[in-house]
Design a protein around this ligand. Structure first.
Ligand code: MD3
Ligand code: FE
Length: 203
């Protein structure tokens, strides 16, 4: 089933389940080559979530702030190419949600161990906000906070489970959002962790 969460956003429940084995093993390949690391924000705080990327562009954060880079700052080398299984899934999900022609150039991989969270924020480092953001949840469930256009707006809580895909675009593209602390648990595929992939057309 699928559910509209706002005028431009759709939750595609269990959309990725058929592809999930291939996707998960390709994600494992990427993170073996391109280490997950806890980035630091411009304010000097270390994020609890561990991050890496694949695709032409990768999202990075350091004391200078957030941006997209072609080279992994840990190695000085390009990010791993986006595996075909990942690119295909993102395009299919975007199309199913009403955003045909989506060609992601960036895939951010976030690993949430138990207790990790992401505070309310907006995604505003991409060139063209007309393209949606597509995200896939794997492993342990999490409560996603979906807010408004101001940080102080009240938010709704949305349960995200293994295989769920969300697509965010149009008038919802700049809404504040975050993830509550991941609770302890054991997932049959991912173990004691949640992995979130987000695809974007960043450049
Ligand atoms: C709603 N990640 O990486 S993905 C992020 O679960 C991020 O790792 C979260 O927020 C995670 O920036 C949530 C869902 C998501 C991504 C982008 C959005 C929701 C969004 C952009 C606008 C509105
Ligand atoms: Fe975000």
């Amino acid at each position: 089933w699928s559910e509209h969460l706002g005028p431009g956003s759709v939750l595609l429940h269990a959309f990725a389940l058929q592809a999930v084995d291939a996707v998960y093993s390709d994600v494992q390949q990427v993170i073996q080559q391109s280490k997950l690391r806890q980035m630091v924000t411009a304010g000097g705080y270390q994020m609890s979530v561990s991050t890496t990327n694949c695709g032409e562009l990768g999202w990075v954060s350091d004391l200078k702030g957030y941006r997209y880079e072609r080279l992994d700052p840990l190695t000085g080398l390009p990010w791993q190419p986006m595996p075909e299984s990942l690119e295909r899934l993102a395009k299919q999900a975007a199309e199913a949600a009403g955003y045909p022609g989506f060609e992601p150039d960036a895939c951010l991989i976030n690993r949430y161990d138990v207790g990790c969270k992401m505070s309310l924020h907006q995604d505003r480092n991409e060139k063209d906000y007309r393209w949606p953001v597509v995200s896939l949840s794997l492993g342990l469930p999490a409560i996603f906070m979906f807010g408004g256009d101001e940080r102080s707006d009240k938010y709704s809580n949305i349960l995200l489970e293994h295989g769920d895909i969300m697509v965010w675009g149009g008038p919802d593209r700049m809404r504040f959002h975050g993830v509550k602390q991941v609770k302890p648990g054991e997932h049959p595929v991912c173990g004691q962790t949640r992995i979130n992939l987000t695809w974007r057309k960043a450049g």
